[in-house]
Design a protein around this ligand. Structure first.
Ligand SMILES: Nc1ncnc2c1ncn2[C@@H]1O[C@H](COP(=O)(O)OP(=O)(O)OP(=O)(O)O)[C@@H](O)[C@H]1O
Ligand SMILES: [Mg+2]
Length: 360
């Protein structure tokens, strides 16, 4: 069982210096708008993922007019204490320590403390660009397969080199084509491996999403999902060859797994264009709960579940159904924010679950 006993935030976002304890299975985090509910969830996420859920810029996480921040969290897993400390000191590289030992590579921490966040803006996952769907897929897979994360980092590095070479190609003549060949040779095995891993992953994820969607919609609707990739039909080497002229002309790489996407259909029609708001939300929850189930299956224990403002997103019936699943059918630790303390308390009381409330 994975849990979090306590977290201390120093100069993190709106927090100057605050500690919070989480003694029960469920923690309700209440307070008015702008009090720091989302920021507290983000601090928890940060300790699991070595970065914010919302931004890649650590400067934005530092309390206004301060130099850096510190997060300290006492996790436990299968009876073992796992203390996480993150120290960010402005310009120097941040330090991230597990039980007092600093990580050389932050990526080594990913997956140790699996976590699933559901936040209002996540609806982007359905309505936004393919990038948000790739990020979702990569976030889940990185927690399950550490080698995948390293391959992804490697792929992006080569891709970046390839793109900057393409940008220079009209000025530098001979030699560039050879360098491009070398980069392609490096890119092909990594890209192909990412493709086959994503394919296998989606084969596992899709039935879970469909099952959750059916439950949430009370079996009224059916969604289908597919993995969209140029590499589904052709091997990567051929694709790179076919796109070589276009790449040089447009000065960027047009073929590869960085173009992958996931397509959603509702009763056979494109989801994005026909689904109602409630249906989009239902699909979002189905995707996230599928993520949760899949992580649990692979890790052998439940991830932490961070629910930000979910009350604002669903009608009472669907909310109660969701909370029932989250609190009664799941034994993992859950953190739920809400602006209405009474609403949250009365919902949790009905569920007969051990909970504590933090009032900000
Ligand atoms: N780097 C920072 N330094 C100081 N304050 C910050 C920083 N970043 C964000 N804030 C403040 O944090 C507050 C927002 O916190 P947060 O998003 O956690 O609120 P919330 O309780 O989730 O509110 P809501 O109910 O509206 O979602 C804002 O007042 C914002 O100005
Ligand atoms: Mg918030």
């Amino acid at each position: 069982m994975l849990g979090l006993g306590k977290i201390t935030l120093t100069h993190f976002k709106n927090y100057e210096f605050s500690s919070f304890e989480f003694p029960q299975q469920v923690t309700g985090i209440c307070g008015l708008n702008g009090r720091g509910k989302t920021n507290l969830l983000d601090a928890i996420y940060y300790c699991c993922f070595t970065k914010s859920y919302f931004t890649n810029s650590d400067a934005l996480n530092v309390h206004f007019n301060k130099e850096g921040f510190r997060l300290e969290a006492a996790f436990y897993n299968n009876g073992k204490d796992q203390q996480v400390v993150c120290i960010h000191r402005g310009s120097v590289k941040k330090e991230f320590l597990l039980n007092g030992i600093p990580y050389e590579k932050l990526s080594a921490h990913i997956g140790l403390l699996p976590v699933v966040m559901i936040a209002p803006d996540d609806i982007e996952l359905i309505t936004g660009t393919s990038e948000s769907r790739r990020r979702f897929i990569d976030t889940v897979m990185s927690q399950v397969d550490a080698a995948y994360l390293l391959e992804l980092i490697h792929y992006n590095k080569i891709l970046q080199q390839r793109n900057s070479l393409l940008k220079k190609m009209d000025t530098v003549e001979s030699g560039s084509a050879t360098v491009l060949d070398i980069l392609d040779e490096q890119l092909i095995p990594v890209g192909s491996s990412i493709h086959s891993k994503r394919k296998a992953f989606l084969q596992e994820l899709i039935p879970l999403v469909q099952e959750f969607y059916q439950q949430i919609s009370n079996y009224a609707e059916k969604v289908s999902l597919e993995y969209i990739s140029q590499l589904n039909h052709e091997n990567f080497e051929q694709l790179l060859k076919q796109n070589r002229q276009k790449d040089i002309l447009l000065q960027r790489s047009n073929a590869g797994v960085h173009k992958d996407d996931a397509g959603f259909l509702l009763n056979g029609q494109p989801f994005k264009s026909i689904a109602s708001q409630g249906q989009r939300k239902s699909l979002l929850f189905a995707l996230k709960l599928a993520e949760f189930e899949l992580l649990k299956r692979h890790k052998g224990f439940s991830p932490l579940l961070l629910l930000d403002d979910v009350f604002e997103k669903l009608d009472a019936q669907r909310m109660n159904q969701l909370l029932h699943w989250v609190c009664n059918e799941n034994s993992g630790k859950v953190f739920i924010t809400d602006t209405h303390r009474e609403r949250l308390e009365s919902a949790l009381e009905k569920l007969n679950v051990a909970f504590s409330i933090i009032e900000l």
